[in-house]
Design a binder for this molecule. Structure first.
Ligand code: SAH
Length: 182
């Protein structure tokens, strides 16, 4: 995380706070997640080098960059076109080359490149989107904040066994921006 440099992903006015362990505002009323939460979620995915990972909510691209350094291929979807465009050019300028970007509603996942070894969602949904569950490989893990957008939210770890059965584990209380729909 230190090597990625959160400072590169912040608006100029907030660069001084890059090392603060708190979420910060980015464009379009969205946030860059708290570093502790980025680390915690990444860690829970038990990533391996050859993995293909789906991320919903590119935002600033900070989490995307971290995933990019840990796995073979990252597929990242962002629903707000301005954020998607900015994150893509930022990450390309920084030299990240194993990320495929898409602008659109992550609710439907990215069928073309499924199944994924791991899925990370960084916006809070009321329920797990069924397409994401379907696009998780057997033996894979998904991490997603679930709850009411202005109320109680819980980070959930969803594990799919080798035989395809689902196990849900509640991890931490969290506060994420809402999972939006087009
Ligand atoms: N990981 C990002 C978090 C950004 S906040 C970072 O640390 O910078 C969550 C992001 O999810 C926002 O950019 C928001 O626009 C995006 N988002 C919300 N709903 C979405 C959806 N249905 N599909 C794709 N992206 C979505």
């Amino acid at each position: 995380m230190r090597n990625v440099g959160r400072i590169h992903f912040l608006p100029d006015a907030l660069k001084a706070f890059a090392d603060a362990d708190q979420a910060l505002p980015i464009a379009c009323n969205q946030t860059i997640s708290q570093p502790y939460v980025v680390a915690y979620m990444t860690n829970q995915l038990l990533l391996e080098k050859e993995f293909s990972v789906l991320e919903i909510g590119t935002g600033s691209g900070f989490q995307t960059a971290i995933l990019s350094r840990l796995v073979r291929k990252v597929f990242s979807i962002e629903i707000i076109p301005q954020l998607a465009t900015e994150a893509k050019s930022r990450l390309l300028n920084l030299g990240y080359s194993n990320i495929r970007f898409k602008t659109g509603d992550g609710y439907f996942g990215w069928d073309k490149y499924a199944p994924f070894n791991a899925i990370i969602v960084t916006a809070c949904a009321e329920l797990v989107p069924p397409s994401l569950l379907a696009q998780l490989r057997n033996g894979g893990r998904m991490i997603i904040p679930i709850g009411k957008t202005d109320g109680h939210q819980q980070l959930q770890l969803i594990s799919k066994s080798i035989s395809g059965s689902i196990q849900v584990q509640a991890l931490l209380p969290v506060r994420f921006v809402p999972f939006r729909r087009l």
